[in-house]
Design a protein around this ligand. Structure first.
Ligand SMILES: [Zn+2]
Length: 193
């Protein structure tokens, strides 16, 4: 049975292109920079990207046909920030999805953000005062300071640079992080100060 137009389009949606910067490094790692096929095709026509690799699939228009790109590289280099954004996902990644009090590695759903100096005691929401904690440790600690409850963070939290986050990302199996990232909008939201 032949696939109808809608099924064919749905199939194309599973063919994103990895977007590289002009130095052939991914534009971003977390989340991995991927474009949908329409955006990719548009960028090729606008001459903004070069095709590095493609899928076996072809797309056709009335006057042309070409293979769907799987990897594209920007023609113009986009400067990268040395410091990653302060997002939920990046905090977990910095801490390697590990509770910073008891040391257990958990899935994202089982982790929370803990203010080392609690908000009720004047603690603010910054890289150096937020860390990853399992629900249980977070509840146990409550609104106490680490020294009041003998719960010292395994590592003193601080702002990571992009290299440190990439290194943390490489300690996970391939695809693990991208799969744990289904709710992209939630995870990519910057934490409110
Ligand atoms: Zn814990």
């Amino acid at each position: 049975m032949r696939a109808g137009p809608e099924q064919r389009l749905a199939h194309l949606d599973s063919c994103p292109a990895l977007v590289l910067n002009a130095d052939y490094q991914p534009l971003s790692y977390f989340p991995l920079s991927l474009w949908g096929w329409q955006e990719t095709v548009k960028a090729i026509f606008l001459d903004r990207v070069a095709t590095v690799s493609h899928y076996d699939r072809e797309i056709r228009s009335p006057n042309s046909r070409f293979r769907l790109p799987s990897v594209v590289a920007l023609k113009q280099y986009v400067p990268q920030s040395h410091f990653p954004p302060f997002t939920r996902f990046n905090v977990f990644l910095r801490d390697r999805f590990t509770c910073q009090y008891c040391g257990s590695r958990r899935r994202a759903e089982e982790l929370t953000f803990d203010h080392v100096v609690p908000r009720s005691r004047g603690g603010i929401t910054t890289w150096s005062n937020i860390l990853t904690a399992c629900t249980r440790c977070n509840l146990t600690k409550g609104s106490r300071l680490p020294r009041e409850c003998a719960m010292t963070p395994l590592k003193t939290p601080r702002r990571p640079n992009s290299h440190e986050l990439q290194r943390a990302g490489r300690s996970f199996p391939p695809n693990y992080l991208h799969e744990s990232w289904r709710d992209f909008l939630y995870w990519d939201t910057e934490l409110e100060p």
